[in-house]
Write a protein that binds this ligand. Sequence first.
Ligand SMILES: O=P(O)(O)OC[C@H]1O[C@](O)(CO)[C@@H](O)[C@@H]1O
Ligand SMILES: [Fe+2]
Length: 206
Amino acid sequence: MHQIPTTHRIDPSTGSMSNATGHYEKRLKDLAGIYGNAQAFEHAASGAGDRIVYTVHEARPTATQGDLIFGTTFMEPGQIGGEYFMTRGHIHARANRPETYYGESGQGVMLLETPEGETKIMEISPKVLIYVPPLWIHRSVNTGDTPLVMSFCYPSDSGQDYGVIARSGGMAKRIVANGDDWSAIDNTSYRPRDADEIARIYSTTD
Ligand SMILES: O=P(O)(O)OC[C@H]1O[C@](O)(CO)[C@@H](O)[C@@H]1O
Ligand SMILES: [Fe+2]
């Protein structure tokens, strides 16, 4: 039988979305290992490990292939050792699944990377839509001093692979504060993916 069409009202300032089917929070203590300055992270997490960095509200109508997952990400402003608050980042477990992000409020960047190590950095702000094509690792970063709120949409069978970033020592670039602006610097811990790892990523596509 047909599913019932639904309407969802998004609050651009809080990221709340009506008729969501779930939500989760990521706290500082959940985000160990993603920042370049481990000491600054330990210092911040020991004082405020329960602090919420980002909250995701989402709707997953069904898990059927061809359906969608959509919702919002609300991310607080902040920095750890000069590096801005960011999501964990991932490639889709089925790596050729794409995604869109739409700016609701605040300022940020999407940090994008191919398995082979090419980087793209796209600014996001209200009314800007970013298309993340199949096969791009993606992470969002709040470069502003107010919350960054974005809505997103991706195929329901995408899944998330977080290990792809951990195995390469992070993403190739880090987004850091530079006066009143942001800049991208090289991640000195980054190890480019070898041929086996790249082949493994491509083997998840169908
Ligand atoms: O899953 P991460 O990398 O922590 O980032 C959260 C964001 O990514 C998504 O998983 C979508 O790909 C959303 O739930 C949310 O916008
Ligand atoms: Fe994603």
